[in-house]
Design a protein around this ligand. Structure first.
Ligand code: PMP
Length: 373
């Protein structure tokens, strides 16, 4: 019955790309729990308090039917006020939010130009959507503009949508957001910014790198809640019309059970906890320490962010290095294509408040001999 599937799995194994679920173990250099909130007492207490005041675990239905709960609406109102957008909509995951947005908002005759490194969830939306799409080389604004000019010269008449991440998930580098916003204005384009890895970590008060761009009619920001916020789900922040359109036309929103109201309470707490600059100061110290060691001891560039990729190139080499680190007690994962481009398999080291400085030093000690092989 499953011969074709088994053969596919064997091919993956031979290529060093077979994936398997593993229990979590070792010192955390793999999670996106950047502020260490996911297992924190503060978040647990907020959830306990929400349970105490009667917030239900399950929503019981989709938002447009019985599933809508005051916790969802409070979260959306608070998020819009905090980030400065005219409205916000809570989805059960960043994947659902991103794919729904890109599948729903660009219309027939429009063009989506996207950074070559945007997340799989955006690609999923593009696949489902009605608009044409073109990739531009990573962070290359001139290439973006050339792609749009070429499309216009071939008769493209619709609206242009620009899709980027603000802090790239597998590379840890930033998008030139100010320049992108200026290009979007000039082209009368919409700018979609995925802040998954920046919210809570960067920007004033942890508001992210897009802080200050919210409230513009041509900017939509995706803020996932499963990374620095320590919870689950994602907030799309944008113009009221955009949000109303998603509520009416976004299939990933309409035909899906509403997220747990309890999780919405947790995210509300996460947004309050994220405001503590002390967390970012502590994280910044660890990031600086790891970055300096990357440059001085490993001879690798620091990204200046909490995401530090160590590109090894070969898929097997990345997995061997990850296995050696895991055996030494470090939870470091190898990242292979298709998550990253072919030939750029890597270790993705993420620095979070789940580790202390001595653990970073120990990881660098363990990495040094591995890179010499
Ligand atoms: N965008 C980016 C840049 C991501 O890294 C991720 C998660 N890896 C997502 C979207 C999807 O978010 P979620 O995990 O909440 O589905």
């Amino acid at each position: 019955m499953f011969d074709a599937h088994r053969s596919h799995l064997r091919d993956l194994e031979a290529a060093g790309r077979l994936r398997a679920l593993r229990p979590r173990s070792g010192i955390d250099f793999a999670s996106n729990d950047y502020l260490g909130l996911a297992g924190s007492a503060a978040l647990s207490e907020a959830v306990a308090a929400a349970l105490e005041r009667g917030v239900p675990v399950g929503s019981g239905g989709s938002r447009l039917l019985r599933g809508n709960h005051p916790e969802h609406e409070s979260l959306e109102a608070e998020a819009a006020a905090l980030f400065g957008s005219s409205a916000a909509l809570y989805f059960s995951s960043g994947y659902a939010a991103n794919s729904t947005m890109l599948a729903t908002l660009p219309q027939t005759g429009d063009l989506v130009v996207h950074d070559a490194l945007i997340h799989a969830s955006a690609h999923e939306g593009l696949r489902l959507g009605r608009a044409e799409s073109r990739a531009f080389p990573h962070n290359d604004i001139a290439a973006l503009e050339a792609a749009v000019a070429d499309w216009r010269s071939r008769g493209g008449r619709g609206r242009v949508w620009i899709a980027v991440e603000s802090l790239y998930s597998m590379d840890g580098d930033r998008a030139p957001l100010t320049a992108l916003a200026a290009v979007a204005d000039r082209l009368e384009a919409m700018l979609l910014i995925d802040e998954a890895h920046a919210v809570g970590v960067l920007g004033p008060g942890g508001l992210g790198l897009a802080a200050g761009l919210d409230g513009r009619e041509n900017v939509i920001v995706l803020r996932t809640c499963g990374k620095a916020l320590g919870c689950e789900g994602a907030l799309v922040c944008g113009d009221r019309t955009v949000i109303d359109f998603l509520v009416n036309r976004g299939r990933g929103f309409i035909f899906s059970t509403a997220p747990s109201p309890l999780m919405a309470s947790a995210v509300r707490a996460g947004l309050r906890l994220m405001a503590d600059d002390g967390l970012r100061t502590r994280l910044g110290d660890l990031v600086a320490r790891a970055g300096t060691a990357f440059e001085r001891r490993l001879g690798r560039p620091a990204t200046g962010s909490q995401i530090l990729p160590l590109v090894l190139g070969d898929d097997h080499a990345a997995m061997r290095a990850a296995a050696a680190l895991q055996a030494a007690g470090f939870d470091v994962r190898g990242i292979r294509p298709p998550t990253v481009p072919v030939g750029t398999a890597r270790l993705r080291i993420s620095v979070t408040l789940n580790v202390v400085a001595a653990e970073i030093d120990a990881l660098i000690d363990a990495l040094e001999p591995l890179l010499e092989i």
